[in-house]
Design a protein around this ligand. Structure first.
Ligand code: GRF
Length: 191
């Protein structure tokens, strides 16, 4: 199954998804990496790996207009699934609706805790024993869709938001490819 990945930054989760896709038994292939930030480092990585890329700054554009251009790029790649991987823009409801059940996101908290930004700082401030990450289906409400899988990550006595984020990111890189592969398999069997 063909997957398009949307990024805004470093793209380390995109890289994890891409490298995992090269295993012989992986049910998905990455056909496009698209970004709303033309300077996103992840785009260089994708290009270096021979994956088609698309970049369009959202500056000066209406949300619907930018989303439509991103979606057109995804459509022409032939992707059946979209994996959001550090894509920092809220998507318009129409786009989300059209991809219902076929768009996934990774979020650096144990949802439903800490939707939105600054998840690690909030977990530390609350005195939580665990942070973690979640892969969920995307709905029109931010970080709110069905959770498909999670990994808890222990919070250590000396953790800062930075050190905790580093370990959670390692967990993200394990969790996302496996969860996307499982979801794609399940969806293809059902359809
Ligand atoms: C990850 O922590 C992801 O959970 C969050 O943004 C970060 C993206 O990192 N949504 P990267 O661009 O995949 O390295």
């Amino acid at each position: 199954a063909k997957v398009a990945i949307l990024i805004s930054g470093k793209g380390s989760n995109m890289a994890a998804l891409l490298y995992a896709s090269r295993a012989a038994d992986c049910p998905y292939e990455v056909v496009l990496v698209a970004s709303d930030k033309p300077s996103a480092p992840g785009l260089d990585l994708a290009r270096g790996e021979g994956v088609p890329t698309f970049a369009l700054s959202s500056k000066g554009m209406q949300r619907e207009e930018h989303d439509a251009a991103m979606e057109a790029a995804v459509q022409s790649s032939g992707a059946r699934y979209i994996a959001l991987a550090g894509y920092m823009r809220i998507l318009s409801a129409g786009l989300v609706e059209r991809w219902a059940g076929r768009m996934l996101n990774i979020h650096p908290s144990l949802l439903p805790a800490y939707k939105g930004l600054d998840t690690h700082a909030r977990a530390l401030a609350a005195g939580d024993r665990h942070g973690g990450c979640s892969v969920h289906l995307v709905t029109a409400v931010l970080d709110d869709g069905e959770v498909l899988a999670q990994t808890p990550v222990a919070i250590l006595p000396d953790d800062t938001a930075v050190t905790l984020a580093e370990r959670v990111l390692i967990a993200e890189h394990q969790l996302y490819p496996r969860t996307l592969a499982d979801w794609v398999k399940r969806d293809m069997d059902a359809n």
